[in-house]
Design a protein around this ligand. Structure first.
Ligand code: ADP
Ligand code: MG
Length: 1022
């Protein structure tokens, strides 16, 4: 078909079609063969729109792994293979994201896989919601409630080894984040008759077998039980050693049962078993009872044996303040015993559910979202159907009604409401059957209640007669009477039975036992006996045994209670968004890979799957109010994106017409838009996904662009700032430079101008041409100075070399530089001299001042150092001793000759020393000058204290040194300078002054000679 084109391959790439809506051609046959083909290829799930059909595989399939959960967790409902996880995901996500309470309705025959399906849903939800510590605890408790309830409420039947014998509806409550907070379990009508009797090949409730097989020896002893099941009357004649006792105890511990509670629970369970072992003999007397068992029971529950015995064997009727005690027949006795066992067990089961609820109930009062999972016993047709089957089938009838109302009728009515053109699809509406059973104005249940309450003798026959009278002509009711009224003979219908045409088939019910089971009466004596027991749990199960609360009013009947609870359930379900899992049983043998066509066909038929597909196909797979639809898809069209100002409906129309979707795919209702095939929706979703990616890219692009731009602008601004400052700085420097240059030029220019003016005015001679231009001069100067700097003459003081000036105009400067350089060199030389050397130098300098140019001997004396001590006086030990005592410093030690004052003869050489201070030295030192050279030295002597001695004339080889040193000392002490006398001078010899003349001796004359003649003396020097 056209709409298959472009469908998602994964929906189609399975065996057959994954969604029966896509089936072509559509017929019961094709539907069946599609299911069969898929089943044989282990594809057990198939959709009809959002309804999941599950065919029980009776074997473990590898499709429930954690990876699978992961896949479905984020997958698109239409994009994955059909799976129960998909519907669980759909329900959970719309609960979490769209805030809609959900219910998951699991229907199907016994053994079709309902309980397994409900467990899968729960485990899926537990796996996908978050994993915090307290969440995990809640999840554990919710999950662990299952094995506990299964142990007490499930049993092996012919159809199912683990058949739930009670209906269960579990509300799981979530907070706004989708995390589980807790839950609430409701149970419906436990099949309690199983406690005392079951069909051959079936079994009693699991717990009994598990207890016997798994309890430790001491525990068994404490409970007074035998390990072998065959010892216990209620358990039949097999001994199946069922495992699971330990798991059960673990589960109860996790849920929060205390040790004491578990113990009491087991004790009450044991009491039920023991009741079955109680034998009543022919004489319904105390002695006739199995005393041992009775004692065991009474010990277990803490009750006096006689009380229980009396309660079991007799009946007390109160009439007009009188108590009449009547003994019971054996049959009545057994009936009472079984009733007690059933009652205890079913009350125990109710207590169990209440106790679990206490643990898992949510306490906080915040607003919560709820997901309900309904796993209720399936439609049942047995050989002999009784009150229980009637109730069970009634319940299934109601569920079918919900399904019809919500999927078929509701859907078609919606098209009508929305004003969509629609050809109605006919389907079977089972409300007529529901009315037949439950109608408040004379339904079967009401008639039954009336019959139970009616005084006088009531029996199955009277009940049947009443039914015949009321429904003789009802098209869904049959009995012997109504058949014969219609002139039909039907031998398959026994006279004690009536038949109801249920939606899933005709069921013949045996009216016998209806009254009793509906009344569900327990002799008051038994309830009172239980109430007297010391066992707290057991006692709490029988509040009606309290004599103070005893009332004569009949308690509500079982049918009445069930109807009420079913109606509450229905209300609850109607308020939620339904999700359907329809389980189908492929064969009666619980065998894998077997597909019995007839069996499946009948289920397909009564489940109304074909009609379901038809309505689905004629209708529209998907609908949504305009506003949310526009919100979700408006990004797909340029008309509606980014802004739409018109109404939502116009928006959706503009949007969808822009998307190139075939018009027959769409219908516009008053408030909703309808989309015919899932593929279109999937297509839309896919386009939206791509578009979202595109938009994300646009956002990313814009953002990245913006970020880069702002970054760039920041950088640009910084760069401009930096370069502005830098340029400013550079320009300032350049300006300074230019300013300096300009000033220089100005200076020169002005100078030049002035010079020119002067030259023109004749005030100045022409300057050498080189000076006219300061610019041509400067490189030459530079060259000269740099040349000098690089080739300085050696730093030796004696070296007086200096390079010549390269230009004439530099001669003076060069000369000046030479002098400066020489002075600088000398200073440097001086600076590095030691103190003695410096003193010696000073002495030499002093000598130079005194004698330079005045005495011929001076010239040769310059290079010779002054020695001071010429006679080695300082080494003489005597002198050294003396020196230590002497005050003054040795100035000079030499050998001299003295001129005799009397005759002017010159003495021989003899040592002489000069010491500071020199007290006997005269203030004036006279030395004959220049040409009168020789070794002469005159030391004029002051007229001292010891009388006038006259001057002393000495002859010394070191005259320069002697005079210089004496001069220095004199200068120091007397500030008197020595004068160098000319050749002719006068001296004082003993009061007479002698005129001395120095003359040049003849050649070859070796030493000075003095010739005195009176007052004249002539000195011949060599
Ligand atoms: N999805 C499944 N995979 C494998 N086995 C299943 C599956 N569903 C049901 N079964 C088998 O079928 C049996 C009956 O299923 P159950 O859920 O107890 O039926 P119901 O509750 O409808 O009476 C289970 O014990 C199990 O062995
Ligand atoms: Mg079940």
């Amino acid at each position: 078909p056209r709409w298959l084109e472009g469908a998602n391959p994964s929906v189609l790439a399975t065996v057959g079609v994954g969604d029966l809506v896509l089936l072509d051609p559509l017929s019961e046959e094709s539907l069946l063969s599609n299911l069969r083909e898929r089943f044989l290829h282990k594809e057990i799930y198939t959709y009809i729109g959002n309804v999941v059909i599950s065919v029980n595989p009776y074997r473990q399939l590898p499709i429930y792994s954690a990876e699978m959960v992961e896949q479905y967790c984020n997958g698109n409902f239409y994009a994955m293979k059909p799976h129960i996880y998909a519907i669980a995901e759909d329900a959970y996500s719309s609960l979490r994201d769209r805030n809609r309470d959900q219910c998951i309705l699991i229907t199907g025959e016994s053994g079709a896989g309902k309980t397994e399906a409900s467990k899968l849903v729960m485990s899926y939800v537990a796996a996908v919601c978050s994993k915090g510590a307290d969440v995990t605890k809640v999840k554990e408790q919710l999950l662990q409630s299952n094995p506990v309830l299964e142990a007490f409420g499930n049993a092996k039947t012919i159809r199912n080894n683990n058949s739930s014998r009670f209906g269960k509806y579990m509300d799981v409550e979530f907070d706004f984040k989708g995390e589980p907070l807790g839950g609430l379990i409701s149970n419906y009508l436990l099949e309690k008759s199983r406690v005392v009797w079951h069909v051959k090949n079936e079994r009693n409730f699991h717990i009994f077998y598990q207890l016997l097989a798994g309890a430790s020896d001491p525990l068994l002893k404490r409970l007074k039980l035998q390990r072998d099941c065959r010892h216990h009357g209620y358990l039949g004649d097999e001994n199946p050693r069922l495992p699971g006792m330990d798991d059960l105890l673990d589960a109860m511990r996790i849920i929060g049962f205390s040790e004491a509670e578990v113990m009491q629970l087991l004790e009450v369970t044991a009491v039920v078993l023991k009741l079955g072992d109680l034998q009543l003999s022919g004489q319904f007397q105390a002695s006739g009872m199995d005393a041992c068992v009775l004692r065991d029971i009474c010990e277990l529950i803490g009750l006096q044996e006689s009380i229980l015995e009396q309660a079991l064997c007799s009946r007390t009727v109160e009439a007009k303040q009188e108590k009449v005690v009547t003994a019971l027949s054996v049959a009545q006795g057994y009936f009472g015993r079984d009733a007690l066992a059933k009652n205890i067990y079913s009350r125990l089961f109710d207590w169990l559910v209440t106790r679990i609820n206490e643990s898992i109930q949510v306490t906080a009062g915040e607003r919560r979202k709820v997901m309900g999972v309904l796993d209720i016993y399936g439609f049942e047709i047995f050989q002999d159907n009784s009150f229980e089957q009637f109730i069970i089938n009634y319940c299934n009838e109601k569920l079918q009604q919900i399904f019809i109302l919500m999927t078929l009728k509701e859907e078609q009515e919606e098209y009508f409401r929305e004003g969509i053109k629609w050809t109605p699809v006919t389907f079977f509406d089972n409300s007529i059957i529901c009315d037949l059973i439950e109608s408040g104005k004379g339904g079967i249940l009401v008639l039954l209640d009336e019959e139970c309450l009616r005084p006088g003798t009531v029996s199955a026959a009277t009940f049947l007669a009443k039914l015949d009278q009321a429904f003789g002509s009802h098209e869904h009711y049959e009995s012997r009477k109504s058949q014969s009224d219609r002139h039909i003979t039907d031998t398959s219908l026994p006279s004690t039975c009536f038949r109801v045409h249920h939606y899933a088939g005709k069921v013949t019910y045996n009216a016998t036992g209806f009254i009793e089971k509906n009344t569900d009466r327990l002799y008051r004596g038994l309830a009172q006996a239980m109430w007297q027991a010391k066992h707290t749990l057991l006692r709490s199960l029988f509040p009606d045994g309290d004599p103070k609360k005893a009332s004569l009013k009949m308690p509500p009947t079982a049918g009445f209670q069930f109807k009420a609870s079913i109606n509450t359930l229905m209300k609850n379900l109607y308020s939620k968004n339904p999700n359907y899992i329809r389980c189908i049983k492929p064969n009666e043998n619980q065998a894998p890979g077997q597909f019995t066509d007839e069996l499946v066909r009948s289920q397909v038929r009564y489940l109304g799957l074909l009609e379901n597909v038809r309505v689905r196909r004629a209708g529209y797979a998907y609908r949504q109010p305009y506003q949310p639809c526009l919100e979700r898809y408006r990004l797909l069209s340029t008309h509606t994106w980014p802004r739409w100002t018109g109404t939502a409906r116009d928006g959706v129309q503009a949007l969808l017409s822009d998307l190139d979707i075939p018009p027959e795919e769409l219908a516009y209702g008053h408030t909703k838009v309808f989309i015919r095939t899932p593929q279109t929706l999937f297509n839309l979703e896919e386009r939206r996904r791509r578009r979202v990616e595109e938009l994300a890219t646009v956002i990313q692009k814009t953002y990245r662009g913006w970020r880069c731009r702002t970054q760039y602008q920041l950088m640009r601004k910084s760069q401009i700032l930096i370069s502005a400052w830098f340029r400013g700085h550079a320009q300032k420097k350049r300006y300074q430079h230019m300013k300096r240059a300009a000033l220089l030029i100005q200076t020169y220019a002005r100078g030049w101008k002035v010079r020119r003016a002067l030259v023109r005015g004749g005030a100045l001679p022409l300057l050498p041409p080189v000076l006219h231009s300061p610019f041509s001069l400067s490189p030459k100067l530079q060259k000269f100075f740099l040349g000098l700097k690089n080739n300085l003459p050696p730093l030796t003081v004696s070296d007086r070399s200096w390079p010549p000036a390269p230009y004439r105009f530099l001669t003076n400067a060069n000369q000046e530089l030479k002098t400066i350089f020489y002075h600088w060199k000398c200073k440097k030389y001086r600076d590095q001299l030691s103190l003695e050397k410096r003193a010696a130098m000073q002495t030499k300098l002093c000598a130079s001042e005194l004698f330079k140019g005045k005495k011929t001997r001076y010239g040769p004396s310059v290079p010779e150092p002054f020695q001071g001590d010429y006679v080695g006086l300082q080494k003489n030990p005597k002198y050294q001793k003396l020196q230590a005592a002497a005050r003054g410093k040795l100035v000079l030690a030499d050998t001299v000759r003295k001129v005799n004052q009397a005759n002017g003869k010159v003495s021989a050489w003899r040592p002489c020393r000069l010491h500071t201070p020199i007290p006997e030295l005269p203030g004036v030192l006279a030395v004959p000058a220049q040409d009168a050279d020789g070794t002469w030295c005159l030391l004029p002597q002051q007229t001292g204290t010891g009388g006038a001695k006259g001057d002393v004339l000495l002859v010394s080889d070191h005259v320069i040194e002697v005079v210089t040193r004496v001069h220095q000392v004199l200068l120091e002490t007397t500030q008197q300078a020595t004068t160098i006398h000319p050749r002719r001078f006068s001296t004082q010899f003993k009061k007479s002054s002698i005129a001395v003349t120095v003359v040049q001796g003849p050649k070859g004359h070796l030493e000075p000679v003095c010739k005195k003649k009176g007052k004249k003396m002539e000195v011949l020097v060599c």
